[in-house]
Design a protein around this ligand. Structure first.
Ligand code: ZN
Ligand code: ZN
Length: 417
């Protein structure tokens, strides 16, 4: 064995570092992707910002490499390898005139076998009934966390719906089958601009909604009855209760069978913490299940990211990295029972749905299908950017300029690529 650049006679590390990282404790580390798989080298942040950082890189021993890799990554350069193995798609397009204008691209939602549109006054079932909402006026001021505005949620059976104000305070839950409002939603005004309104329908005829910045409740979709009474208050000066939650709830994404839910919220610093909530335990009587979520990862200044469940236990969370200034496009896959990161796919970026174990992504250039096992994009529909997906009918939809454009997956197996 020869002596390596770090001065050690030892096994070579898996990546290069800038040499002074072996002797200095750098404040910040830069990751230089090589374009081969997810391979990278490590530099100090200032060497990482050089036009050509390569001459700085030296082969160091395993121990020195591991020590450098433990530091916080605050900058990235280069690109990981993004794999495209595109194959032909077999779905069918359909267009029809639709004399409705959704308020924004979050106001078209799957409902039963059809679609639901919120026009700003009315919640309309395409080809069916409409219902006038009484929602209170909410904030409209743009902020760095997102654009405030309404979002439509609907139960998959088509009986219930809700319009909530993302990055705002209010919402309204509706029993569509009976044509009446079941609950006016209110999560209070404490920093509500930082997250989309936390809301999700469950398959058991209930919904989860935020009732405060740090509290979720389960409510009967049919009647609006509160099913989860409990004490979550803490008055300053008193002893802090064991189940007090210091966490800002965010967008909720429920697993296919409803056993788990990812809560994409944050805590002070601020740090984004996708939290895993055990819905099955909550439904089975664990009173504080919503306060006992477990973290999947920590990301400085990063939350409000697309999330989708590719199976009942594996969830994909978009963006790769631990700091807002050092993220690359893609998804990280987490196994819910173990909370371990079980995979990384570089590339996906945009609104995302799970389809037969694959990911469908409304990317800038069109609708993309990504196979997480293959780690590659396996199909793309250029120019088509749906804003909703109906899992019951396996159909995507976009409603723009008075035309509903749908794309229906016709394969018998998978996405039929
Ligand atoms: Zn350096
Ligand atoms: Zn060494």
């Amino acid at each position: 064995m020869e002596m390596l650049a770090c001065g050690h006679v030892a096994k070579e590390g898996p990546f290069r570092t800038c040499l002074h990282l072996c002797v200095e404790e750098p404040e910040d580390i830069s990751r230089l992707y090589t374009g081969v798989g997810g391979e990278y080298h490590l530099l100090c942040e200032s060497c990482g910002k050089l036009d050509d950082p390569w001459p700085q890189l030296a082969v160091v021993c395993l121990g020195c490499a591991e020590r450098a890799d433990d530091e916080k990554v605050t900058h990235v350069s280069g690109q990981p390898e993004v794999r495209h193995h595109d194959r032909p798609l077999t779905g069918t397009f359909h267009e029809e005139p639709t004399y409705l204008r959704p308020v924004n691209d979050r106001c078209l939602a799957p409902s039963g076998d059809g679609w639901l549109v919120y026009t700003g006054k009315y919640l309309v079932q395409l080809g069916g009934a409409s219902y006038r909402l009484k929602m209170r006026k909410d904030r409209e001021d743009d902020n760095s966390f997102g654009t405030p505005g309404p979002t439509v949620h609907a139960s998959s059976d088509g009986w219930f719906a809700a319009v909530v104000w993302d990055h705002g305070r209010y919402g309204e839950a509706v029993n569509l089958a009976e044509g009446r409002t079941t609950m006016q939603l209110d999560r209070g005004d404490y920093r509500n601009y930082t997250t989309p309104f936390p809301f999700a329908f469950l398959a058991d005829g209930t919904f989860v909604t935020a009732t405060s910045w740090n509290r979720l409740d389960r409510v009967s979709s049919a009647t609006g009855a509160l099913l989860t009474p409990r004490n979550t208050e803490w008055r300053q000066g008193d002893e802090r209760p064991e189940n007090y939650l210091d966490y800002f709830h965010g967008r909720l994404t429920v697993s296919p069978t409803g056993a788990w839910m990812v809560d994409d919220g944050w805590v002070w610093a601020p740090v984004g913490i996708p939290m895993l909530i055990d819905l099955a335990a909550w439904q089975n009587g664990t009173t504080y299940a919503a306060e006992q979520g477990r973290s999947l990862t920590y990301r400085d200044y990063v939350w409000n990211q697309p999330v989708a469940w590719v199976s009942d236990t594996v969830v994909a969370i978009q963006r790769i990295g631990e700091d807002i200034d050092a993220m690359v496009d893609g998804v990280q896959l987490y196994d819910a029972p173990s909370r371990e990161c079980v995979g990384t796919v570089f590339g996906p970026k945009g609104q995302m749905w799970a389809v037969d174990g694959r990911l469908a992504v409304a990317a800038e250039g069109g609708l993309e299908f990504w196979d997480v096992a293959e780690g590659a994009r396996v199909g793309v529909l250029p120019g088509y950017r749906p804003t909703a997906y109906n899992a019951r009918t396996r159909t995507f939809a976009a409603l723009e300029d008075w035309v509903l454009r749908t794309y229906r997956l016709t394969g018998t197996e998978g996405v039929a690529l």
